[in-house]
Ligand binder design. Structure first.
Ligand code: SF4
Ligand code: SF4
Length: 393
């Protein structure tokens, strides 16, 4: 079947096939297959867009196996906007009904309905306790109790919104409370958006569902008016919110996107207001979520914040993806497992050398994916909250 990908020809032609991105691509590293590298995928996109090659099952496989980690982008000397090319390709495939079947669309639609998501998440957690969820699904243990939602706090010399989103609020709500406590501790009043900010739409964009992603983005923008910064404690959500200017193509969206900042980046510039911790952790391994390191390119602030309560330990793998990739670990479990195995090897080497027992990750998807392999993975702000002695339960 021939298919118009509607990609920007200049962006598509910007790859000079140098191959410098290949070592940074988790699917190439796991398989050694050129077709599963950024260069190979761009070549396949060109064949479909420029030479009329069919968008056959093999083409779909090459595209669907991409984690969309964008580890290839910082490595690329030509500045190829690979994420944009992949999102455009996914949009064309989903629009043509080649990917993202009805059950995926239904599941993603739930993310915008927060009460329904919370109920579904609780039901899944109960099913896990009853051993009704097969282990091969690879889902880490979900919470049955998540405690009260984050409440706004009025006092502070400045004000910021705290974006709470969908899955993060369902599965890691104590982290939101820790982030709110951290903001309060650096003298920032916290505003919490209403139901309109239920979901950033990142997973919809990944799946090629651009129109639903746009609808969610418009709701999110309307839910956080004004000019206060928008602080995000999920790397994937933060990257999506920062891309709203491109997604919607409006000045309003561009102004909104410029207000978005990762919580570590926001707090790192105010660390002098944070009192000393009640206790310190020893060495803690830092796992960089791809959407913080390769997309937001703002991962160093995690070390600054974590250093307040622990000794950050680096992984010597240039931030190679762990294989979580939003819904990727559920949709491509075999390849996601092989990619994770490489990450686990590196973590094992580092923990053996340093004695660290905890991994810090600032993204819920990465945390759940690595926890499912048996690691103790904590969000950096949770570690700060515990070291400071704050109750976030
Ligand atoms: S986004 Fe990640 S998985 Fe996809 S081609 Fe780039 S490096 Fe490879
Ligand atoms: S995407 Fe960039 S780094 Fe990779 S082959 Fe093309 S030009 Fe080289």
């Amino acid at each position: 079947m021939s298919l118009s990908l509607r990609l920007d020809d200049d962006e598509l032609s910007s790859c000079v096939a140098c191959g410098l991105c290949l070592p940074h691509c988790p699917t190439f590293r796991a398989t050694g297959e050129e077709a599963l590298s950024p260069r190979g995928r761009i070549d396949a996109m060109r064949a479909v867009q420029w030479r009329g090659a069919p968008a056959d099952d093999q083409f779909v496989e090459f595209m669907e196996t991409c984690v969309q980690c964008r580890g290839c982008e910082p490595a690329c000397p030509s500045g190829v906007p690979f994420g944009r090319l992949m999102e455009g390709t996914r949009d064309a495939l989903a629009s043509a009904g080649r990917t993202t079947p009805w059950w995926q669309r239904r599941a993603l639609a739930v993310l915008g309905h927060h009460r329904m998501l919370l109920a579904g998440s609780t039901a899944l957690a109960v099913a896990q306790r009853l051993r009704l969820v097969p282990r091969r699904v690879g889902l880490a243990r979900l919470p049955i109790r998540r405690g009260p939602p984050v409440r706004p706090s009025a006092s502070g010399t400045e004000t910021a919104w705290l974006f709470t989103g969908c899955v993060m609020d369902a599965w890691m709500r104590p982290t939101h409370r820790a982030a709110a406590s951290l903001l309060a501790a650096v003298d920032v009043a916290v505003e919490v958006p209403g139901a309109g900010a239920a979901c950033c739409g990142a997973l919809h964009t990944h799946a090629g569902l651009t129109d639903p992603a746009r609808a969610l983005a418009e709701r999110v923008i309307a839910a956080m008016p004004g000019d206060a910064p928008i602080v995000v404690d999920s790397a994937g959500c933060g990257a999506a919110l920062q891309d709203y200017g491109h997604l919607l193509g409006t000045d309003e969206a561009r102004v909104f996107a410029a207000r978005v900042t990762d919580v570590h980046s926001f707090v790192a510039t105010r660390l002098d207001r944070l009192p000393p911790p009640a206790r310190r952790f020893g060495p803690v391994v830092v796992q960089d979520p791809c959407h913080l390191r390769h997309v937001q390119r703002d991962h160093l602030a995690v070390r600054a914040v974590l250093a307040h309560v622990a000794d950050p330990v680096e992984l010597p793998d240039d931030g190679l993806c762990c294989g979580a990739g939003g819904a990727y670990s559920a949709l491509q479990p075999e390849l996601a497992g092989r990619i994770r195995a490489r990450k686990l090897d590196v973590i094992e080497r580092v923990t053996s050398a340093t004695g660290a027992t905890t991994v810090a990750s600032a993204n819920p998807g990465c945390a759940m994916h690595l926890r499912a392999a048996g690691l103790d993975v904590r969000h950096p702000v949770d570690l700060v909250a515990e070291a400071m002695g704050w109750d976030t339960t």
